[in-house]
Design a protein around this ligand. Structure first.
Ligand code: ADP
Ligand code: MG
Length: 432
C-alpha cells in the first residue's frame, strides 16, 4: 500500500535514429558548456542581474555563490551530472528536428529507473511475438554512468574513509531511482549515507580546512536530489546549503552549476556570440549546440522585451512562458500565458520569466500504464533526455561522457510536466 510501480508506456516509442545520435553527439559539448558557465562569474552576474531583482529563489542561490567566491573556493574537484532534454519538432515539411527543451543541472533524475525499462519493454515485445524487435532495443545503463562519475569524484577527493552523501527530501517518492545509483557505489566499496538538509543543519560541521563532517564522518561528495525548488528551503535549510557550499566536499552540483541551469541562462545562451565567448576556439562544438536551440526570448525591460511580449500576447500558442523553476508544472501556455503576460507586461516582474518557441512534435498512439489509473490508448508525445557526466580537477577535465538516455512520454493533452509531476511515464526508444 505504500509502494507503486513507476509509470511506463506499454510499448516502446519510435525515435528517429539520426536525432537520437545527434543528441548523444552534442552531450560532451553541453558538459563543457555548463562547466564553463559555472566558472564564469561575470557571465552569471551579468545574465542573472535582472532576474535576481525580482526572483527571490534565484537571488538567494546567487548570494551563496557570491559569498563562497569571496571566501575563496575550498572545493577543487567538480562533478557535474546533468540531463539535456529534447523534443522532436515537426517542421512544415514534416521533417522532425532535435530541439532542446532545457538542461537540468541539479537532481536530474530517472537515470536509475530507466536503466530497467529496456528489460520491461523487451519482455512486452517478446510476449507480443516480436522478439526480433525486442533484440533491437538498445542497452541503456545511466545508473552505472552516474555512479562512475560520483566514484571518480570520490577518488579524486582522496580520502578512503570519506563517504558519499545523497541529500534527499523528507518525503521521498523516487527513492528506488536513487537506490539504483547508490547500489552501484556500494558495489565499488564506496559508502553512501542519505541525509536531509535538516540533518546537515543539526549535525553538519566544517573543520579548519573546510572538510565537511556529518556526525563525525567525513563527506567527500554531496549528491543533491533535493534543493532545486523554493519549497525545499526554510531558513535552516538555506543555512545548511551555505555550509555545504562553503565546504571542500565535491558538490554535485555546486551552486554555480545549479545557476548555470536556470532558464534565464538558457535564454542568454541563444544570443548570437554568447556561445562563442563561453567556448572560445571550439567552433564545431558551438555549431552542434546551436543546432539544438529553439527560439528563446528575453523579457527584460527594454524594447526587445516589449516587442516579444506584444507578439506573444497576440499569438500565445506559438510560445511557452517559463519562470525560473524546476520540477514541472510551472510553465504557462495558451490563454493562461496571454493573461499572465498581459498582467505583468509593464512590470519588472516579467523579467523573472523567459519566452520560448513552443515545440510541436508529431503524436503517436500508446498505452500509458500508471498505478490505479484506467488503461486506455492515448495520443502521445515523447521527450528524450541524455545524461551527461563530467569531473574536473582544478582546470583539467578528467571525465566527460554521455552516460545514457531517458525517454519520457505523455498524453498530448498535458502541455507540461514530467514523470515526478504525474504526467509523463517511462519509455524506451525504438530507433527508426
Ligand atoms: P521544468 O524545469 O519544470 O522541467 P521544462 O522547461 O523542462 O521545465 O518544461 C517542463 C515540460 O514542459 C517539458 O517536459 C515539456 O513537456 C514542456 N515544455 C517545455 N518547454 C517546451 C517547449 N518549448 N515546447 C513544448 N513543450 C515544452
Ligand atoms: Mg524539464
Amino acid at each position: 500500500q505504500v509502494v507503486n510501480y513507476a509509470p511506463f508506456t506499454l510499448l516502446p516509442s519510435a525515435v528517429p535514429s539520426a536525432l537520437f545520435e545527434q543528441a548523444y553527439a552534442v552531450q560532451q559539448d553541453f558538459n563543457l558548456l555548463v562547466d564553463a558557465i559555472s566558472q564564469n562569474k561575470e557571465f552569471l552576474e551579468h545574465t542573472l542581474a535582472s532576474t535576481i531583482k525580482v526572483d527571490d529563489f534565484t537571488a538567494r542561490l546567487f548570494r551563496i555563490h557570491m559569498q563562497v567566491l569571496e571566501e575563496g573556493l575550498a572545493q577543487s574537484v567538480f562533478l557535474g551530472i546533468n540531463r539535456s532534454d529534447y523534443m522532436f519538432d515537426c517542421g512544415v515539411d514534416g521533417t522532425p528536428a532535435l530541439k532542446q527543451i532545457e538542461i537540468n543541472t541539479i537532481a536530474a533524475s530517472f537515470g536509475g529507473l530507466t536503466s530497467r525499462t529496456v528489460a520491461v519493454h523487451g519482455w512486452v515485445l517478446k510476449v507480443l511475438g516480436k522478439s526480433k524487435e525486442a533484440s533491437r532495443l538498445l542497452p541503456n545503463n545511466p545508473s552505472k554512468g552516474l555512479a562512475l562519475g560520483i566514484a571518480k569524484a570520490w577518488e579524486l577527493y582522496g580520502s578512503q574513509s570519506a563517504v558519499v552523501m545523497f541529500l534527499v527530501e523528507e518525503v521521498q517518492r523516487n527513492i528506488f531511482d536513487q537506490r539504483c545509483v547508490e547500489n552501484e557505489l556500494w558495489n565499488r566499496n564506496i559508502r553512501v549515507i542519505r541525509k536531509q538538509f535538516r540533518d546537515v543543519f543539526e549535525k553538519g560541521s566544517l573543520d579548519d580546512a573546510k572538510r565537511l563532517y556529518m556526525d563525525g564522518q567525513e563527506v567527500a561528495v554531496v549528491y543533491y536530489r533535493e534543493g532545486y525548488m523554493p519549497k525545499n528551503y526554510n531558513q535552516q535549510n538555506w543555512e545548511a546549503r551555505l555550509l555545504l557550499e562553503r565546504s571542500r566536499a565535491v558538490k554535485c552540483p555546486d551552486v554555480a552549476t545549479q545557476l548555470a541551469g536556470t532558464k534565464k541562462v538558457q535564454q542568454e545562451l541563444s544570443r548570437p556570440g554568447t556561445l562563442e565567448r563561453l567556448l572560445p576556439g571550439r567552433a564545431e562544438a558551438v555549431a552542434r549546440i546551436r543546432a539544438t536551440f529553439a527560439g528563446l526570448y528575453s523579457l527584460d525591460m527594454d524594447e526587445e522585451g516589449d516587442k516579444i511580449a506584444a507578439t506573444a500576447i497576440a499569438d500565445p500558442d506559438r510560445f511557452v512562458l517559463k519562470p525560473q523553476r524546476e520540477g514541472g508544472g510551472n510553465n504557462l501556455y495558451g490563454e493562461e500565458l496571454r493573461q499572465v503576460l498581459e498582467k505583468i507586461r509593464d512590470s519588472p516582474e516579467r523579467t523573472s520569466y523567459i519566452l520560448m518557441d513552443k515545440i510541436k512534435p508529431q503524436p503517436a498512439m500508446n498505452y500509458l500504464l500508471r498505478a490505479h489509473s484506467p488503461l486506455r490508448v492515448s495520443e502521445c508525445i515523447s521527450e528524450l533526455g541524455i545524461f551527461g557526466v563530467y569531473v574536473r580537477q582544478g582546470t583539467e577535465m578528467v571525465m566527460n561522457t554521455a552516460a545514457g538516455h531517458l525517454l519520457r512520454t505523455k498524453a498530448i493533452e498535458h502541455a507540461d510536466g514530467g514523470v515526478a509531476a504525474g504526467v509523463a511515464v517511462l519509455d524506451t526508444p525504438y530507433l527508426v
